[in-house]
Design a protein around this ligand. Structure first.
Ligand code: ADP
Length: 274
């Protein structure tokens, strides 16, 4: 009688434990599946340029008596090599932002500096496409975080704005302070007049390797990792990134980050009168 009573009392607990265990296993399986997908994606992305390089080097050898063809093939080899370099660099960036705690090296970072760096990074492509870049409202704004990671995040947003826009359009970067219950936030919005993002893809573009149009992404040297890096950096800084878009009209990516107090200015040296 007692054993029955005990087991009746234990049974509900047991089933709860089993349930927890099952949930735990499901989560572990999900993480494992994500990891497997990631490795499969990386392998696939690496294979494409490596395969092309291998074919092109054979073509160069076969064309050794045709200097024009050799030049053509060498040019294409350079494109594939750049693609490979970009991919490896972005993989390193992604693994850095996933493994390093940005707040360990956090400091007040001037938004103006981040914007200038991001614009500089795209200057060449923007000039080629005659895209005008304009920034406003960023003066005297400071964010709290890891300088390198924040630069990578904003750089990716501006780079995408330039890459996914037609020639002779405008890319705007606007900063402002937003009052929020947990402390003021700094908002940096990057707006383009580009191709836009279909509604059904808007959630998924922040996933690693997700692209709306893979061919277009590759043509611009894209890796499909940029927005995953941006999202990770925003989250680990206690901020967020969001997107507004209208197909065929353009997109706005908004980065919200915790504000930092401007560091105290060193006092200008006075000449004291004797
Ligand atoms: P990619 O290296 O392909 O640019 P990202 O992770 O930076 O990878 O972006 C993922 C996808 O989101 C891109 O392939 C593109 O389809 C879409 N996307 C990102 N930014 C923009 C933008 N400003 N305008 C239109 N589409 C964009």
């Amino acid at each position: 009688g007692e054993a029955l009573a005990v087991s009746a009392r234990v049974a509900p607990l047991g089933s709860r434990l089993v349930l927890l265990l099952v949930e735990d296993l499901t989560e572990a399986r999900r993480i494992e599946a994500v990891r497997r997908d990631f490795v499969a994606n990386v392998s696939h992305e690496l294979k494409t340029p490596v395969g092309a390089l291998s074919l092109l080097s054979e073509a160069v050898m076969d064309a050794s008596d045709d200097p024009e063809a050799v030049t053509r093939f060498a040019g294409r080899m350079q494109i594939e090599a750049t693609r490979l370099t970009n991919l490896v660099q972005e993989l390193i960036d992604l693994s850095r932002v996933q493994n390093d705690d940005p707040l360990e090296d956090a400091e007040p970072v001037r938004v103006d500096t981040l914007v200038a760096e991001a614009v500089d990074r795209c200057r060449h492509t923007a000039a080629t496409k005659q895209i005008t870049m304009a920034a406003g409202g960023t003066a005297d704004l400071w964010v709290w975080g890891h300088r390198g990671q924040l630069a990578a995040a904003l750089g990716n947003l501006v780079e995408n704005a330039v890459n996914y826009s037609p020639a002779r359009t405008r890319v705007g970067i606007a900063g402002r302070r937003v009052t929020a219950p947990g402390g003021d936030l700094i908002e940096i919005a990057v707006t383009d007049q580009g191709i836009g993002i279909p509604e059904k893809d808007r959630e998924r573009i922040f996933e690693r390797f997700y692209r709306v149009d893979p061919a277009r992404s590759r043509a611009t040297g894209g890796t499909g990792l940029g927005l995953a890096i941006v999202k990770h950096v925003a989250a680990s800084h206690g901020g967020e990134v969001s997107v507004w878009s209208s197909e065929g009209q353009g997109s706005t990516f908004t980065l919200r980050l915790p504000e930092a107090a401007a560091p105290a200015q060193p006092k200008p040296a006075h000449r004291t009168e004797p």
